[in-house]
Design a protein around this ligand. Sequence first.
Ligand code: G3H
Ligand code: 13P
Ligand code: ZN
Ligand code: NA
Length: 280
Amino acid sequence: SRSSTKDLLLNAEKGGYSIGAFNVYNIEGVQAVVAAAEDQNSPAILQIHPGALKLGGLPLVACCISAAEEAKVPIIVHFDHGCSRTELMEALQLGFDSVMVDGSILPFEENISFTKQIAAMAHAKGLLVEAELGRLSGSEDGLTVEEYESKLTDVARASHFIDETNLDALAVCIGNVHGKYPANGPCLRLDLLKDLRAITLKKRVSLVLHGASGLHAELVKECIELGVRKFNVNTEVRNAYMESLQNPSGDLVHVMESAREAMKAVIIEKMQLFGSSGKA
Ligand code: G3H
Ligand code: 13P
Ligand code: ZN
Ligand code: NA
């Protein structure tokens, strides 16, 4: 059934687990997430980023919404990484349950005013708002320590950012990256996460961690204990899909079915890891 993002995150907070938000691009992706969620009796978030929305348009959003409505478990539909006003204004018309306002490339004060403005419009429509503070990059290779640290979420700023923007969920940068982690593995600043959690808990804001692909089980568990309630997963599911397509066997329906099953298997693993299995 279609749920509200607020309920999913509140239940995760009460239960001390986390919800997986999986980027989807097409029908197979949507079906993989819903089938995994039903298999695991888990809530889940279907999310679409601007690139996928540009390709799939309203039909992709409609596919997510109808799949959510028909699902035997709570599912919500989220707009991921809305970076421009135009994109976000469009997303507000398309029927998403929540949106991410990503002003993280803007200077701090501009990020505040951008996020605040969009958040007010989203809230007026009853949507939940996620926003990001700090900078997440594709790869941290070749950065100086100063450059690396300047990208991390600052605790005092986070507090001010939450108060000013009225956001519901905060995406933090603690060394997490989109895509692959460097060869020596992910290095997350769990001490910083702990400090950020103290603030978000007090302000009743949910903690979100992007770049969950590539985080090993131990680290994911520590993040959940430290309050992360939504993990964004894109690369690992997408890679499973693309690898499956590289060895096509049988007719097209079979090829698509195999690709869907490959995604579903990765998603099931993540739901078990995030602790959302059995929580529908
Ligand atoms: O939504 C995710 C971002 O667009 C980047 O993810 O690093 O897997 O391409 P990616
Ligand atoms: P990964 O590609 O590392 O899983 O990150 C996904 C993400 O943060 C989507 O917003
Ligand atoms: Zn992301
Ligand atoms: Na990642």
